[in-house]
Design a protein around this ligand. Structure first.
Ligand code: NAD
Ligand code: GLY
Length: 377
């Protein structure tokens, strides 16, 4: 079928997100999608009614939609195929899911399945949070970024032209199914973008994982199955722990936004889709550690370790020449971590030790942005 590349190898692990009655499993491994019986057995306990709406996009659907449909032949399944790209993570795409649900007369017991990367996952989750005041949904992430981050934790939403992810809701999935073989059809740039979020977990809270990445980054980029599985498992374990402790981001969950305030300014400032989310976050983490160093916190050795890992992952260390520090500051003020217009950032005391902080001046912030931006030719 299509150009998909699923074969029968390796096995599976399960990571649990512990949220009392809303707890759910993350199944990681392969084969999953091309094993009808297995996929059905993983999905069925989480499908409450008989109606299933699969949401995907024009790139992913030709590769993997058939597998999901084939596992669900005993249900009434329909699909919505969205356009592909961060620029379509908007209210119009969100609304097109309601059109499909209403046209098919789907009731409040229906289940939505997100099949795709973080864009499809975030829009679908938000549609599930809103349709008839909230229905069931399942994530089948197919990018590395979505498998290690966006499919887990229940943050859903769409972008606004004035700010990234500004419209949304918390709505946890019923389960997450990450088939690592779907990553074989991802291009190298998208794989690297996912690695940025993997590095994030090491940077903010997991020194051994950061060290493992320093030793194994080449295998990961070469898609060694064991390296990929371990990176996804460890990332999900980190995310599950944080989400279980602080589901609605009253405190420590904010640390998962390392590099994101800078990164969101790049994504929105350059036009959604121009810089990949993971690329913008990579540069954002470099800026965050640079600012932390100028505050006398993180050591120059740790800063170099992060820069090296970012560089070896083929991720950008420098922000785009097109954006001035004014552009950043304007965008950064529109951030969910801001309080009364005051920018709050995730900064680093060292690798593995992150804090949410306002302990920097506007000038220090501007200097960091300028020092870590490409210069126009
Ligand atoms: P994406 O969804 O745009 O996917 C990247 C590209 O890969 C797209 O072109 C997509 O069609 C394609 N693709 C997906 N799976 C594929 C496959 N298996 N083979 C070939 N091509 C494939 O981007 P992303 O990096 O997955 O996600 C980024 C989004 O996730 C951003 O909008 C970001 O804000 C969001 N995000 C959300 C959270 C959260 O907690 N909800 C966390 C991190 C990021
Ligand atoms: N990606 C940030 C979070 O899920 O909290």
């Amino acid at each position: 079928m299509g150009n998909s590349t699923l074969t029968n190898t390796t096995d599976r692990v399960e990571v649990k997100v512990d949220l009392a009655e809303r707890s759910y499993p993350i199944h990681i491994g392969s084969p999953i999608l091309n094993d009808n019986k297995l996929l059905n057995s993983l999905l069925a306990p989480h499908i409450h009614g008989t109606q299933v709406m699969i949401v995907s996009n024009v790139t992913v659907a030709p590769l993997y939609l058939k597998y999901v449909e084939d596992a669900l032949t005993s249900y009434h399944t329909e699909s919505v195929i969205l356009p592909d790209g961060e620029q379509y993570k908007n209210i119009e795409s969100w609304n097109s899911i309601f059109d499909a649900l209403l046209n098919a007369r789907f009731d409040r017991k229906c289940t939505l399945i997100a099949l795709g990367g973080g864009v499809v996952g975030d829009i679908t989750g938000f549609a599930a949070a809103s349709y008839q005041r909230g229905v069931n949904f399942i994530q089948i992430p197919t990018t590395l970024l979505a498998q290690v981050d966006s499919s887990v934790g229940g943050k859903t939403g769409v972008n606004h032209p004035l700010g990234k992810n500004m419209i949304g809701a918390f709505h946890q999935p019923e389960c997450v199914i990450a088939d690592t073989q779907t990553l074989n059809s991802l291009d190298d740039r998208q794989l690297s973008a996912g690695v940025a979020e993997v590095i994030k977990y090491g940077l903010i809270r997991d020194v051994p994982f950061f060290e493992w990445l320093e030793q194994n980054i080449d295998s990961l980029l070469q898609r060694d199955p064991a390296a990929l599985s371990y990176a996804i498992q460890r990332s999900c374990e980190n995310k599950a722990e944080v989400v279980a402790a602080d589901e609605l981001e009253a405190g420590q969950r904010a640390l998962l936004n390392s590099g994101h305030t800078f990164g969101h300014a790049i994504e929105a400032g350059m036009g959604y889709g121009e810089w990949l989310h993971g690329e913008a976050i990579a540069t954002g983490m470099v800026m965050a550690v640079d600012l932390s160093q100028s505050l006398g916190w993180i050591s120059s050795v740790d800063v170099m370790r992060l820069r090296n890992l970012i560089k070896r992952s083929n991720l950008p260390e420098q922000g785009p020449a097109e954006l001035s520090s004014d552009d950043y500051l304007q965008r950064m003020a529109v951030d969910k971590k801001s309080e009364a217009g005051k920018i709050r950032l995730i900064l680093q005391k060292s690798i593995g030790d992150a804090v949410l902080s306002t302990a920097f001046s506007e000038q220090q912030l501007r200097d960091t942005i300028t020092a870590n931006s490409s210069t126009a030719d």
